[in-house]
Design a protein around this ligand. Structure first.
Ligand code: SF4
Length: 285
């Protein structure tokens, strides 16, 4: 059985940059180091950070004086950063520049009088952060959700960085038919688009797909949805421990994709397990 690994599988540059920042801070800081929320949506990577002595807090109110706070790739809610500053805490901003863009656009567009619409998951940390920068009315619409009933004439649409392009396009198109002015700013991250395109072509070429990454990772879940729509034999796992040999009965080629927050060593673990199936008798499809 052949194992094909997607070119883009594993850490994106934004996650790699923040993880490197955390490691550097953990080596150099005198006091305790904490991340504001799990640094990335991958339980295995978070566990490794914990081994290095890096803790996680959910709010600045939980942080003791003298602690260094690292903001994760998803960014943070504006008032949390203001409260860290007011308390004089050392803050290392690990927000991915591709997340800073929708934050800045949320502020700018709402100041310009647009009703801001964000295509994304209202409960996701990145979206909560972006919403906090809006200085006027703001509506979050989940991908594939109903077109919101907004009375304002001017509407501006942005997206969670990991949004599927078609969901953004669909909402912009629907709003354009209802409002006098619709401004669309595509804030989907390039890495996400490339990774999704890669996953699509991979799923079309193989007999089964394994998507590796945190079950709490939005971009990994989207990858699994994209692959499953093309190849129904798609499995989303966090590590090789969840894999079952019978899932691959009859498969000649298995594709492997991974979310932007999945460490290389986790991808390698799954690839190694799949390669271990090579040479074993192939059952009936
Ligand atoms: S997926 Fe894109 S937005 Fe998210 S951390 Fe990576 S580079 Fe940044």
């Amino acid at each position: 059985m052949e194992v094909k690994i997607a070119r883009t599988a594993g850490f994106c540059w934004g996650v790699r940059r923040t993880v490197d920042q955390v490691m550097q801070v953990a080596d150099q800081a005198v006091g305790q180091v904490v991340t504001l929320g799990p640094i990335i949506h991958n339980p295995q990577a978070v566990a490794r950070m914990r081994e290095k002595g890096v803790g996680t807090v959910n709010a600045i109110a939980e942080v003791a004086a003298g602690t260094t706070v690292v903001v994760r790739t998803h960014g943070a809610v504006k008032t949390e950063l203001e409260s860290a500053e007011a308390r004089g805490l050392a803050v290392v901003d690990g927000t991915c520049p591709y997340v800073k863009y929708p934050q800045a656009m949320a502020q700018r567009l709402s100041k310009q009088g647009y009703h801001l619409v964000i295509v994304g998951d209202a409960n996701h940390a990145e979206v909560k952060g972006v919403v906090s920068y809006a200085e006027g009315p703001c509506t979050v619409v989940k991908p594939g959700g109903a077109v919101p009933d907004i009375k304002d004439k001017k509407v501006a649409v942005i997206a969670q960085t990991t949004c599927i392009g078609a969901d953004f396009e669909r909402l912009v198109g629907a709003l354009a038919l209802r409002h006098k002015e619709v401004r669309a700013v595509n804030t989907i991250c390039n890495d996400t688009e490339e990774r999704q395109a890669d996953a699509r072509s991979l799923a079309a070429e193989v007999d089964a797909v394994v998507v590796v990454g945190g079950k709490n990772s939005a971009n990994t879940r989207h990858l699994a949805e994209i692959c499953r729509a093309i190849q129904p034999r798609t499995w989303h796992v966090e590590t090789e421990a969840e894999l079952c040999p019978e899932w691959f009965d009859g498969c000649k080629v298995v594709g492997l994709s991974a979310g932007a927050s999945t460490p290389d060593w986790v991808v390698e673990g799954v690839a190694g397990w799949l390669r271990g199936l090579e040479g074993q008798p192939v059952g009936a499809a």
